[in-house]
Design a protein around this ligand. Sequence first.
Ligand code: HPA
Length: 270
Amino acid sequence: MWDQVQETVNYIKAKTGFTPEYGVILGSGLGSFTDDIQIEFTLPYTEIPNFPVSTVQGHKGALVFGIIGNKKVVAMQGRFHFYEGYDMKQVTFPVRVMKYLGVTKLVVSNASGGVNPSYKVGSIVLIKDHINMMPEHPLRGKNDERFGPRFVNMSEPYNRSMIVKAKEIAQELNIEVHDGVYLGLQGPTFETLAEYKMVKALGADCVGMSTVPEVIVARHMELECFGLSVITDMGDEENIEEVNHEEVLKAAQTAEPHVRNLIKTLIEKY
Ligand code: HPA
């Protein structure tokens, strides 16, 4: 894997000559964040050696390189999910690539189902911690010490000072934010009522199908992480409204201007 990562990094460096400081992974319905970037290069995943190709509707499938404020960023427009059939090493491959392109801070966003009754559809949640209930671990197997240690400390998966800064910014911009614990399940089914209850009983505030493996791999390589979730459906009522992918995308798009503004300002100011 080390050699594959380096091959991909060398290809991208030769194409762009760009050294990003921030990596951004955009979740369902949040892809137009790239409108905030002064774009310098766009590389479709199909052109990048060793990259998987994204299959989900609403995910575009390109690496976008450019500037926000005075910061250099690389954004993944579309991510890879375990439920698409990739293994966890493929799902997290782009995070490895970002690291060796120069990224030191990773910003991830996602859509999730809320089980905390103080949330509503459209709520923005700053992820303060996660629970990994994915069926495969991205660090399983022989550890390559060049990436990081065998046993990774996960006491601060989401950087506390980035969360503090994001809360300050949200207040200045008059954007309501919550914080919460995100629980990662493989999907692709949305949860049953009993499963939403389980998620809540386990101590999580929201549940989704991404983010956790990416953050684990980012922490393996000591990237600072910031995660944000948009609640696209509520799973804590006796009668959940019917959830489907279209509703999820619609709800994510409603919150999108705020999310964009928050992430953009955080990157500019942090
Ligand atoms: N569950 C899991 N993933 C999700 C949900 C949900 O309710 N909403 C958006 N992504």
